[in-house]
Design a protein. Structure first.
Length: 163
């Protein structure tokens, strides 16, 4: 075999050894950068979840009050409807009062842990949609300065107030 032929053969061997993929060092650098970015964003994710759980509870409470009002006005199931606030939950109920309700129609809505609802304890609607109680319901998370407010007015308006 001539020297030129052996040089061409070794050149082909070098060309075939071209590596595809990543080295261990490159993979570890990428994982390290990912860990740093993740550690920097975790505190923001936690506060986002706190705000969202409070906002969701406020929206669900507003919707339950509006459903109770609508069902009372349409005399659904020949009953009036209301919403009762309990510790850790609220209940959409059918009947003249929470105590005198038909428990089979209850819709129980749990709120996230560390979230509380204060203000009115029971709002019942007559067939005209007028509430039995008016005021503000506050949805607050105990571990953060996050709250939502739901207003029930004498005219039957139910509003989720902007913070």
């Amino acid at each position: 075999m001539s020297p030129a032929a052996s040089t061409d053969a070794s050149l082909l061997c070098v060309q075939r050894r071209v590596r595809c993929g990543f080295t261990l060092l490159e993979a570890m650098l990428v994982m390290g950068l990912f860990a740093i970015v993740l550690a920097a964003t975790l505190p923001f994710l936690g506060s986002f979840q706190q705000r969202q759980s409070t906002k969701t509870a406020g929206q669900e409470l507003t919707e339950a009050l509006r459903r109770a009002q609508h069902r009372s006005m349409t005399i659904q199931d020949n009953r009036s409807w209301g919403v009762n606030i309990l510790s850790g939950s609220f209940v959409l109920y059918a009947g003249p009062s929470y105590v005198g309700r038909d428990g089979t129609a209850d819709e129980v809505h749990a709120v996230a842990s560390m979230t509380s609802i204060t203000g009115l304890s029971d709002v019942h609607f007559d067939t005209r949609g007028v509430p039995s109680a008016t005021g503000i319901l506050s949805v607050t998370r105990s571990d953060a300065a996050v709250s939502e407010a739901v207003q029930v007015n004498a005219g039957g308006g139910i509003f989720l107030l902007k913070p």
